[in-house]
Design a protein around this ligand. Structure first.
Ligand code: GLU
Length: 336
């Protein structure tokens, strides 16, 4: 069941544990275009649950850089809105309620496994590509006595029990038709042993409460979708539509990172001295929306935006991508 009868609402949900980089910025641009082209609304949600890793100055920089690109939003931490607060660190009471509800349904259980136990699970079934072996279910069937005994030694994490027989089928707006079966990566953590609510639970709770109809995010989270579909089902809420934007790779085939050059927006702005219109044109070209790199603004891309023209495959950037971005490159468009 889809939310087609609901208002169109998308979101960007950055994690302020690092600087915005080219890949996140392209995803934000696409999420913005998807909503603006359809007359929908955009929510900006700061995913700052991990207080050790997330920094307020990075959150502030993210907002500044998204605005510098020419993006805006209808609700967010800086402007408020009907679903405030928009920082996950201020929404923990909601996650506790969601966990309590799942506990009532008997869908979650305490897991006492250590990192070493998990790594040592040699015969573990194949898990999600992004997360390694599936959890072998060690703590799923512990007796009350076993739990008590383990609880004396270790604070547990909480895991959501995936059905091994359920089949999760969905049509991704970019990746196409997908099917996950066989437990889709196994039972996953919804609350960490250090007390921090895990990504899957927080994101689904918020997307439901914020009335999100369309999730457009990076391809690295594609594998999380069946887990999130299982949570939507358990929480009795119809899922949003999903679309996963292509990963950016360096010429060596690994994910674009610092060793491929100035990938953070700050470096692109300050060290390379690139103007936002140039960067937007570059990202539109990377994403497959334009066949040449031309200066443009997000607003100018709205009228011709079509999700089906976004590339389905990862995008490989040539080694001289920074010259291409600056406009003084030798090579032409991407390797196709
Ligand atoms: N906070 C996540 C990230 O920055 C994105 C979560 C999502 O879009 O579902 O990678």
């Amino acid at each position: 069941m889809m939310r087609s009868d609901k208002p169109l609402r998308g979101r960007f949900a950055p994690t302020p544990s690092g600087k915005l980089h080219l890949g996140n910025a392209m995803t934000a641009l696409l999420a913005w275009l998807q909503m603006r082209a359809a007359g929908g609304e955009i929510v900006l949600r700061m995913e700052d649950l991990d207080r050790q890793r997330c920094k307020p100055e990075l959150a502030a920089l993210l907002l500044t850089e998204l605005k510098w690109l020419g993006l805006d939003w209808d609700e967010g931490p800086d402007i408020g809105g009907p679903h405030a607060p928009y920082e996950q660190s201020r929404r923990t009471g909601r996650y506790a309620l969601a966990l309590a509800e799942l506990a009532c349904q008997g869908r979650i259980y305490p897991c006492y496994c250590s990192r070493a136990d998990l790594q040592g699970a040699v015969h573990a079934p194949h898990g999600l590509a992004s997360e390694g072996p599936a959890y072998p279910g060690t703590c799923r069937a512990l007796t009350a006595d076993e739990r008590e005994e383990r609880a004396r030694r270790k604070t547990p994490s909480l895991r959501f029990a995936m059905s091994e027989t359920a089949i999760y089928r969905f049509r991704d707006g970019i990746a196409g038709e997908l099917t996950y079966s066989g437990g889709a990566g196994g039972d996953f953590v919804v609350k960490r042993a250090d007390g921090i609510v895990a990504y899957q639970l927080a994101v689904v709770t918020d997307d439901i409460e914020m009335g999100i109809s369309d999730v457009l995010r990076g391809w690295d989270l594609l594998d999380s979708t069946p887990r999130q579909l299982a949570l939507y089902e358990a929480m009795g809420s119809p899922p949003p539509r999903f679309a996963h934007s292509p990963l950016l790779l360096g010429e060596d085939g690994s994910r674009l990172s610092k060793r491929h050059g100035s990938v953070s927006l700050s470096d692109i702005r300050e060290s390379l001295g690139v103007r936002p219109q140039r960067l937007v044109g570059f990202m539109a070209w990377l994403a497959g929306l334009r066949d040449r790199i031309e200066e443009t603004t997000p607003g100018e891309l709205v009228s011709t935006f079509d999700l089906s023209s976004v590339r389905r495959q990862a995008v490989t950037l040539p080694d001289d991508w920074m010259d291409l971005l600056k406009g003084n490159a030798r090579s032409g468009p991407i390797d196709e």
